[in-house]
Design a protein around this ligand. Structure first.
Ligand SMILES: [Zn+2]
Ligand SMILES: [Zn+2]
Length: 188
């Protein structure tokens, strides 16, 4: 079991085409691939009255309540919601760095989402921020060159960015096996 996964999407990310209908809060709660689980659906899909149901469903299964905020246009609105933490898209533009400061002043954890994928300039990111190593995106760029200069400057958080059950790692297979009362046969 993983220690922590705070970057997970569910069917609440209604317009994210990578999310499959089976990626429900209930399934993630049943599989329990990590000790500490937080859901971070896209904030822009949670407005218009969807947040209350989202928060309630997450709290009922003991999950942390996060949102993934897509840069500066959403920050002022996102600050009005009672979340436990923010995942933040910080593109390499002044407005995104400026709005990041506003999120930091909330005192809640702010995780910089897959910064290597956005070419976020980590020199411009406050050291209070947590920096994500994102399982979906980290391998797509020269991660060593990107992250190595900052390993002593930040604390790091690892996220699956799961949009589908199989992105939660092989724990789905282990969950099914447990439900069927079968054990894996080790071939070698
Ligand atoms: Zn993202
Ligand atoms: Zn995400």
């Amino acid at each position: 079991m993983l220690q922590q996964d705070l970057h997970i999407h569910t069917t609440y990310s209604t317009s994210d085409s990578a999310v499959v209908p089976e990626q429900t809060v209930a399934l993630i709660a049943a599989v329990r691939h990590a000790n500490i689980i937080g859901i971070s659906d896209h904030f822009e899909y949670l407005m218009d009255g969807n947040f209350e149901g989202y928060e309630k469903e997450l709290r009922q299964v003991g999950f942390k309540v996060g949102v993934e905020v897509d840069g500066h246009p959403w920050v002022d609105e996102a600050k009005n919601y009672d979340v436990d933490y923010y995942i933040y898209h910080c593109r390499d533009q002044n407005a995104d760095y400026r709005s990041l400061d506003k999120l930091v002043t909330t005192g809640k954890p702010v995780i910089i989402a897959h910064p290597n994928a956005f070419q976020t300039n980590l020199k411009r990111v406050p050291s209070e921020c947590l920096v994500e190593i994102n399982n979906r995106y980290v391998w797509r760029t020269d991660w060593k060159q990107y992250y190595a200069p900052f390993t002593n400057q930040f604390k790091f958080v690892f996220g699956s960015d799961a949009h589908q059950p199989n992105w939660l790692s092989q724990t789905v297979a282990h969950y099914v096996a447990a439900q069927l009362s079968i054990e894996e046969h080790l071939v070698f």
